[in-house]
Design a protein around this ligand. Structure first.
Ligand SMILES: [Zn+2]
Ligand SMILES: [Zn+2]
Length: 461
C-alpha cells in the first residue's frame, strides 16, 4: 500500500495538499492549496503557514493552478522549500500569474517582495509536456502528466514509485495516481480526460461525487434564457466565476449564443472585470494546441471564440468602480463576469453590494459554492428573500438567483466512476478526497461496488 499523508482537502474541497512517500523517508508533495470558506475559518490565525515538516520533501508536483491547489506555495517558499516544482508546460506559464495575484490579495503589495518570490518560483519550476514520463530529481521515482480536461494546463498525475510493501507481484514498482480535479465530458474548450491504464493506488477528488450534471444543451439554453430575461427587465446579469477556466468557458459559450442569435444578443456588453481573467484569456487564446476539436473547428471557420466584438475587459480599479456605478444607475443590460467564484472577495463583491438589492439584477452561479462562503449563503437565502453579509454589511437579496450545475469544470459522479471503470488494471486502494462528506460517501459506495476487492476509503487528517 502506498504511504500518503493528507494535509488538506480531507474535510472539504479546499487546501489540496498530499504527501506521497517514495521510500521510507523521502516524499513529494502533490499540490499545496489554499483553504477557503468554512475550512479556512476553522484554522487559527496565522495557521496558513505550512504546518508540517519539510524535511525530506524532495519535490512539489502541481496538478493545476487553481488557488485551492497552489495557493499556499508562497508559504511553502517562505518556510524554506527549495526543491523542484514540476508541472505541465501550460501550468508553468500560468502559475506565476496566479501566485502573484494570491500574494497581492493575501500577503503584501510590496513589489520587490513579490518579485523576489516570483523569481524564486520561476527558478524552481520544471515544466514537462503531457504524456511523457520523466524522473524526479534525486528520487527513484518517475512521473507523468495526463490531460485532465479541467482547466488549461490541468493534469492528473501518475507516479511510478518503488514498492512500499515487499513481496507482492508488482516487480518492485507501484503505480499511484492523483486525479487532481478531473474535467467533464462535453465541457467547452478542453477535451475530456482519458482513464489511466492502471493504478495500484488512486487518490480521487469527489467534488460532485453525489451529483449528475445537466447535459450541455440544457446548460446553454439555461444561460440563454436567464440572459434574455435581463434584456426584458433591463438589469445586469452577474456571474461570479473563477478567473481561470470558468471565465473562458463562459466566454466560449456566450460567443456561441451570439453567433446563433440576433437582435439583443448583438448589443449586449459582456464585461470581464478581472485583470487576471483577462491575462488568462490571452493565454487560453494563444495555447490553441490544447483546445478540443470543436473549438479548433470554430477557429478554422474564422470565428474568435475568446475574442468577440461585444467583449469588454476592465483593467484598473478606477474603471472598475466606474462600471459598477454606471450599471447601478443605468440598469443597462449587461453580462458581468468577475471573480471570485464563491463571492468571497474579488471585484464581484462591489457588484453584489451595489446590485443585489435591485430586483432587476440576476445572479447566476455556474460553479461550486463551498460551505461558509457568501456564494453559498446567497444561493441558500436569496430565494427566501434573505440577506447576505458582505464585508461586514448586510445586503438584502432582491435579485434573481439562479444556478446551473452543468457548467462545472468538475467531473460528476458518472464521470468519476467512468474514470475508474476505464482502467485496465483496477486499483487495490482508492482514497477519496476533495469533497463534502455526502459527496465522498456517495462516491465511496459507487466505487466500492465497481471494485469490490479494493480498499475504498475516506482518509482523515
Ligand atoms: Zn480546480
Ligand atoms: Zn480543486
Amino acid at each position: 500500500m502506498a504511504n500518503i499523508k493528507h494535509h488538506g482537502a480531507v474535510s472539504g474541497v479546499t487546501g489540496s495538499c498530499h504527501q506521497l512517500f517514495c521510500d521510507e523517508h523521502r516524499s513529494v508533495l502533490v499540490d499545496c492549496g489554499m483553504f477557503q470558506g468554512a475550512e479556512a475559518s476553522h484554522l487559527e490565525q496565522g495557521s496558513l503557514a505550512i504546518g508540517f515538516s519539510l524535511d525530506h520533501i524532495e519535490a512539489l508536483v502541481v496538478t493545476h493552478c487553481h488557488i485551492d491547489h497552489v495557493g499556499r506555495i508562497p508559504y511553502l517558499l517562505a518556510a524554506g522549500f527549495d526543491k523542484p516544482i514540476y508541472s505541465t508546460q501550460a501550468t508553468a506559464q500560468l502559475l506565476p500569474l496566479v501566485i502573484e495575484d494570491a500574494i497581492k490579495v493575501d500577503i503584501t503589495r510590496d513589489h520587490d517582495l513579490i518579485e523576489k518570490v516570483l523569481s524564486r518560483l520561476r527558478s524552481l519550476l520544471r515544466p514537462f509536456p503531457y504524456d511523457e514520463w520523466f524522473d524526479l530529481e534525486s528520487l527513484d521515482t518517475r512521473c507523468c502528466f495526463r490531460m485532465a480536461g479541467h482547466i488549461l494546463g490541468s493534469a492528473y498525475v501518475e507516479f511510478d514509485i518503488p514498492e512500499q510493501e515487499k513481496g507482492s507481484t508488482n516487480h518492485g514498482r507501484e503505480r499511484v495516481v492523483f486525479s487532481g480535479d478531473l474535467g467533464a465530458p462535453y465541457s467547452p474548450l478542453l477535451a475530456e480526460p482519458a482513464a489511466p491504464e492502471q493504478a495500484d493506488c488512486l487518490v480521487i477528488g469527489s467534488t460532485y461525487g453525489d451529483k449528475l450534471h445537466e447535459g450541455r444543451k440544457n446548460r446553454l439554453l439555461a444561460l440563454k434564457q436567464i440572459v434574455e430575461r435581463c434584456f426584458s427587465n433591463a438589469g445586469t446579469v452577474l456571474i461570479p466565476a473563477f478567473s481561470i477556466g470558468r471565465t473562458q468557458e463562459l466566454l466560449y459559450e456566450i460567443e456561441d449564443i451570439i453567433h446563433h442569435s440576433n437582435d439583443d444578443w448583438q448589443q449586449v456588453d459582456v464585461i470581464v472585470d478581472s485583470p487576471l481573467a483577462a491575462e488568462f484569456t490571452e493565454h487560453y487564446r494563444s495555447l490553441k494546441t490544447l483546445w478540443d476539436q470543436e473549438a479548433r473547428q470554430k477557429v478554422m471557420e474564422g470565428r474568435h471564440p475568446l475574442a468577440f466584438e461585444q467583449l469588454l475587459t476592465v483593467d484598473n480599479h478606477t474603471d472598475h468602480l466606474r462600471v459598477v456605478s454606471h450599471l447601478k444607475q443605468s440598469g443597462r443590460p449587461a453580462i458581468v463576469i468577475a471573480a471570485s467564484g464563491m463571492c468571497a472577495g474579488g471585484r464581484i463583491v462591489n457588484y453584489l453590494k451595489a446590485l443585489l438589492d435591485d430586483p432587476r439584477t440576476d445572479l447566476l452561479f455556474v460553479g461550486y459554492q463551498a460551505e461558509g462562503t457568501p456564494g453559498r449563503d446567497i444561493q441558500e437565502y436569496g430565494p427566501k428573500g434573505g440577506y447576505v453579509e458582505l464585508e461586514g454589511e448586510k445586503i438584502t437579496i432582491a435579485a434573481g438567483v439562479h444556478s446551473i450545475s452543468g457548467y462545472s469544470a468538475h467531473a460528476d459522479q458518472k464521470d468519476l466512476v467512468d474514470f475508474v471503470k476505464g482502467m485496465k488494471r483496477k486499483p487495490k486502494e482508492i482514497r477519496i478526497v476533495h469533497g463534502d462528506d455526502l459527496a465522498k460517501r456517495a462516491l465511496q459506495v459507487k466505487l466500492q461496488g465497481l471494485v469490490p476487492e479494493a480498499k475504498v476509503w475516506i482518509p482523515k487528517h
